[in-house]
Design a protein around this ligand. Structure first.
Ligand SMILES: NC(=O)c1ccc[n+]([C@@H]2O[C@H](COP(=O)([O-])OP(=O)(O)OC[C@H]3O[C@@H](n4cnc5c(N)ncnc54)[C@H](O)[C@@H]3O)[C@@H](O)[C@H]2O)c1
Length: 323
């Protein structure tokens, strides 16, 4: 089996690529940025991956790059909500035209069995939760208030209509909020850990009571791999963390694991998703997926990894100073 991963150089994509090759699946990474994480892999693993540099906006390149693949995992996107807010036009191009181009590539390469689309639990941003009932994948989605969510719901809609009109199969994965090794600096856990390890205060927008069920990126990547199952054809799955962790809990855990951290509270963000109870039942039943890594364990692993990154950066600075 061969799969193409758009965004395979990114945070979640890199873990997905690692899991795929661990299972003996050949991978092509399609990304604008080169996959630096491959340097960390042993030679025999590296041989199972190739890198095709290209943009989602280059329709012909995408079609050529994906020819010969059995599946496309489509993860490349403007994934940072703040970047989307700052540059909606760019986010429109990458997240909407980009997803359209991936679906077109699949339509023009009939060998591709399915497009597996990285969506988000933010899709439920404005969908009301009735009482204590968890939101399931079939909940009718209310129109969103954040443009990031608008681009993701549009992507989901395009996947469904391409399946109905052109028999391009899909799986939509609504990712929970991930954290873990190689997290982008803009992710809350990464920001808090960086600030704490560099002696800066942690800032919380609002009172910190907004909670997420954070999911470890390795658990998320495992869920992606399991979605290759035939059962997932033309289905939607939530891949959500199961532990309730508030922003304040994260700050407190960082303080506990690192020590002496100052915490400052500021005004809340516009259109912030305050967190909903989202069900993993379907992913458990069909794919046998559930998160396995506890938040504390995952945060500890992240801190260990980030300490190495910081000390490497300091060593590099010293080396430059010596030249
Ligand atoms: N990180 C999160 O909090 C989160 C949560 C839910 C869903 N998601 C979704 O998961 C996916 C992966 O997110 P991530 O956190 O790994 O993001 P990331 O920013 O780490 O990775 C995105 C990758 O896409 C690539 N990319 C961007 N524009 C491109 C283009 N025009 N052509 C080709 N490649 C391009 C980037 O170079 C990068 O390697 C995204 O679709 C995102 O919307 C992310």
């Amino acid at each position: 089996m061969k799969v193409m991963v758009t965004g395979g150089s990114g945070f979640i994509g890199s873990h997905l690529v690692e899991k795929l090759i661990d299972k003996g699946i050949k991978v092509r990474i399609y990304d604008l940025q080169s996959p630096d994480f491959l340097e960390e892999l042993p030679e025999d693993k590296k041989k199972m991956v190739d890198y095709y540099q290209g943009s989602l906006l280059e329709q012909d390149r995408l079609r050529i790059a994906s020819s010969g693949s059995d599946y496309i995992f489509h993860l490349a996107a403007v994934a940072n909500v703040n970047d989307v807010e700052r540059e909606p036009r760019y986010a429109f191009d990458i997240n909407m035209t980009g997803t359209f181009n991936v679906l077109e590539a699949a339509r023009n390469n009939p060998g591709i069995k399915r497009v597996i689309f990285a969506s988000t639990v933010w899709s439920y941003q404005c969908t009301p939760q009735i009482g204590d009932e968890e939101l399931q994948e079939d909940a009718p989605l209310a129109l969103p208030s954040h443009f990031y969510t608008a681009t993701k719901i549009a992507g989901e809609a395009m996947c469904k209509s391409y399946s109905d009109l052109y028999d391009v199969n899909y799986t939509i994965l609504r990712f929970g909020v991930p954290y873990g090794v190689r997290a982008r600096g803009a992710i809350v856990t990464a920001i808090f850990v960086h600030r704490a390890l560099t002696g800066q205060a942690i800032t919380i927008a609002g009172d910190g009571s907004q909670y997420r069920k954070f999911v470890n990126v390795e658990d998320l990547a495992e869920g992606c791999v399991l979605s290759l199952s035939e059962k997932a054809r033309n289905k939607i799955y939530n891949l959500e963390g199961e532990e309730m962790v508030s922003i304040k809990d994260i700050a407190d855990a960082v303080d506990e694991l690192i020590g002496n951290v100052e915490i400052i509270y500021t005004e809340g963000r516009k259109g912030d998703f305050k967190g909903k109870d989202i069900s993993n039942k379907a992913a458990k039943a069909d794919l046998g997926w559930e998160p396995k890594i506890s938040f504390k364990e995952g945060l500890g692993r992240y801190i260990d990894w980030y300490k190495k990154v910081l000390s490497q950066a300091q060593a590099d600075e010293k080396a430059v100073a010596l030249v």
